[in-house]
Design a protein. Structure first.
Length: 130
């Protein structure tokens, strides 16, 4: 079934995934419909085991509050993903006996969200400021 769903995800690269992560990836692929909303990308991250927030940027205008950052028009197409500095995925009841006790890192999050983002946008990642 993983082969039919295009798994393991190319973003996983050489990362070894736990059985629970492989099952979650398969379930996510079967439910995936796509989207461009904050909720969609937060949900994708959650399915991968990451707790994130998303900040969108607006261009500064004469109607913008004075305490807001000054962004030009190009910032309308940028968004920032904020996540913990290190996300640790620990062994759980859903884990297989061959799974590691813990795994960490954010490379999978960056790769997947960068691949799924709308083509006209730019995403940046900020860690430790969730």
């Amino acid at each position: 079934m993983e082969r039919v769903l295009g798994l393991p995800d190319g973003c996983a690269g050489g990362l070894s995934q736990t059985m629970a992560e492989r099952i979650a990836a398969a379930m996510a692929k079967m439910r995936e419909r796509g989207g461009q909303s904050r909720a969609y990308f937060i949900g994708v991250a959650a399915a991968l085991g990451y707790a994130i927030t998303i900040e969108e940027h607006d261009a500064f205008t004469c109607e913008t509050a004075c305490d807001q950052p000054i962004y030009d028009e190009n910032w309308r197409y940028a968004w920032t993903v904020r996540a913990p500095e290190t996300t640790i995925r620990e062994f759980s009841c859903d884990s297989c006996c061959t799974d590691p006790l813990a795994s960490w890192g954010n490379a999978l999050l960056e790769c997947v969200l960068s691949r799924l983002k709308p083509a006209h946008t730019h995403v940046t990642f900020t860690y430790g400021h969730n």
